[in-house]
Write a protein that binds this ligand. Structure first.
Ligand code: ATP
Length: 136
C-alpha cells in the first residue's frame, strides 16, 4: 500500500480533522497544490477554497476560509480561520449568508458599505454551498 501522510485541520476553536491520508489538495495563494507522503517542508498561505483529501480511494472535502498550510515531517497542518467538513456544512445557513451578502453588495450602488467585507462573506457562503453540495 502507498505511504500515507498525516493531515490535521485546526481552527482557533477546534481540531476539525486528524487523519492519515494518501494525498491532500489545498488552495494556496498561488493556486491549488497537492501534497503526497514525504513531501519536502513547505509553508503556504491559503485562500478561501476547497480542501480535498483522498483516503483508501475515497475523496473527502472541506471548506477552508483562509489560513496557512505547513508541511513538515510527513504531516500537513492546515491552520485555518474556519473550516468545515462537507458533511457538517449547514447549507441553509450558507444560503442565508449568501443572500445577506448579496443584499449588502447591492446597497453599494446607493450607499457606502464595507465592500471587501461583504465580498469576503459572499465568497465564504459560495464556497460552503459548493462544498456542502458534495455530500448530497
Ligand atoms: P454566518 O454569517 O452564517 O455566521 P460567516 O461566513 O460569517 O457565516 P464565519 O465567521 O466564517 O461565518 O464562521 C464562524 C463559525 O461558524 C466557524 O466556526 C465556521 O466553521 C462556522 N460556520 C459558518 N457557516 C457555516 C455553515 N454554513 N455550516 C457550518 N458551519 C458554519
Amino acid at each position: 500500500m502507498a505511504e500515507k501522510i498525516q493531515l490535521e485541520v485546526v481552527t482557533p476553536d477546534r481540531l476539525v480533522l486528524s487523519d492519515s491520508v494518501d494525498i491532500v489538495m489545498a488552495m494556496g495563494s498561488l493556486g491549488e497544490f497537492g501534497i503526497l507522503a514525504n513531501h519536502v517542508p513547505f509553508l503556504s498561505p491559503l485562500t478561501a477554497g476547497e480542501l480535498r483529501f483522498r483516503k483508501d480511494g475515497k475523496l473527502d472535502y472541506l471548506a477552508v476560509t483562509g489560513g496557512f498550510a505547513e508541511v513538515s515531517q510527513n504531516k500537513v497542518t492546515i491552520l485555518a480561520e474556519a473550516a468545515e467538513r462537507a458533511r457538517d456544512i449547514d447549507v441553509d445557513r450558507a444560503k442565508r449568508a449568501k443572500e445577506r451578502a448579496e443584499k449588502r453588495l447591492a446597497q453599494a450602488r446607493t450607499e457606502s458599505i464595507n465592500y471587501a467585507r461583504a465580498e469576503a462573506a459572499l465568497r465564504r457562503a459560495l464556497l460552503r454551498l459548493k462544498v456542502g453540495e458534495k455530500e448530497r
